[in-house]
Unconditional design. Structure first.
Length: 366
């Protein structure tokens, strides 16, 4: 989620505060479901972004989610994952130490989200595929470290221009799940089994039905992202959450070439996307490293627009201010405001009935 410029009419009392004696908050960049992000300057004079948990929602579970995201990002050092430089707790002046506020310190990036990039102008297929590989490299690093993302979507990828190349950064590990207890310690159960979290357009069938997930669920979600990067649209375009969940469970994935005029793809690339989006987890790639190996084995070009040659990517127009990419999003079923997916509460009476039917259909497929 791209941060917005601070409002001059409503000064933030946090601006000017020194967090943990090291980070001066210079300006509010934006706020998400869990935290507020500020442009800041560290003790050495370097720019950074500081995310602070909102006090009004800082219950024990939210604090634990915030801590887990900070821990995961701090440990997962990779060029295609947002860099977190520090995290901890801090008591603002006049606040009791027992109500200390969690914070994390991130690199400050300039650019836009991958979602914004795709909506504004779908990249040429070669660029889309290269960006997809970068995202998958970051995800592969996480999977090797025993970390599942569980909320992969184009909104959670930030794209910058280094002067020569696009650089994609994977963001927002707020729904992270640790799978290696030896490395990360015993997992704390934050949500009961059967709860549905994530973004409907990118949910795997098992995630959509609230059943246990593993790395193959991330593979499915990334498959949706790759489909979107190559075609400019989701494989399933429907008008309600229930129809989207049904499509993930039951509808066949359309060929890539049918979703973008002039798009031609190698059969091997089509097979990779179809395998990633298989309904049964056992039919997918086992994890991100396995899918990455398949993508990197493809010849170049693996996809193109018929009648056009490859156009080198142009740099992103500099935004009016620095942007902090690591904004929070609602950690429940949500959807991008730029897409036409209407979100309805799963807990609504008819929604529960529909979901039960879909669950039964899904288990029949397994």
């Amino acid at each position: 989620m791209n941060a917005t410029a601070p409002s001059a009419s409503k000064p933030d009392p946090m601006v000017g505060q020194i967090v943990a004696g090291k980070y001066r908050l210079d300006a509010k960049l934006g706020a998400g479901a869990m935290g507020t992000v500020y442009r800041a300057t560290d003790a050495r004079g370097a720019l950074c972004a500081v995310k602070i948990l909102q006090d009004e929602i800082a219950d024990d579970e939210t604090r634990e989610r915030f801590r887990r995201e900070a821990e995961a990002l701090f440990e997962l050092k990779h060029p295609n994952i947002l860099e977190v430089r520090d995290y901890g707790v801090w008591a603002p002046p006049g606040v009791d130490a027992q109500r200390s506020t969690p914070y994390l310190v991130m690199e400050l990036l300039q650019g836009r989200t991958l979602e914004e990039m795709v909506v504004e102008h779908t990249p040429d297929p070669q660029t889309g595929l290269e960006l997809g590989k970068q995202v998958l490299r970051g995800l592969a690093h996480a999977h090797k470290a025993g970390v599942l993302h569980r909320d992969l979507k184009t909104e959670n990828v930030f794209v910058t221009w280094d002067g020569q190349h696009w650089v994609a950064k994977l963001l927002d590990f707020g729904l992270v799940k640790f799978t290696d207890d030896k490395k990360w310690g015993p997992a704390k159960k934050l949500t009961m089994q059967g709860a549905v979290f994530g973004s409907p357009a990118y949910m795997s069938p098992e995630q959509a039905t609230g059943t246990p997930v593993d790395a193959r669920s991330d593979v499915y979600s990334f498959g949706i992202m790759l489909f979107e990067m190559l075609t400019g649209s989701w494989p399933f375009e429907v008008e309600s959450q229930h129809e989207m969940l049904k499509a993930h469970l039951l509808e066949p994935v359309p060929p890539l070439s049918t979703k973008r005029e002039g798009l031609t793809v190698l059969p091997a690339l089509e097979q990779i996307v179809q395998r990633a989006l298989a309904k049964k987890p056992s039919d997918r790639f086992a994890n991100a490293p396995e899918m990455l190996a398949a993508l990197e084995a493809l010849p170049t070009p693996a996809a193109w627009i018929s009648g056009l040659t490859h156009v080198p990517p142009q740099p992103i127009a500099p935004p009016p201010a620095m942007h902090a990419p690591a904004m929070d999003h609602a950690h429940e079923a949500d959807a991008s405001p730029t897409k036409s997916l209407a979100i309805l509460g799963i807990a609504a009476g008819v929604g529960v009935l529909v979901l039960l039917v879909l669950v039964a259909a899904f288990f029949a497929l397994r």
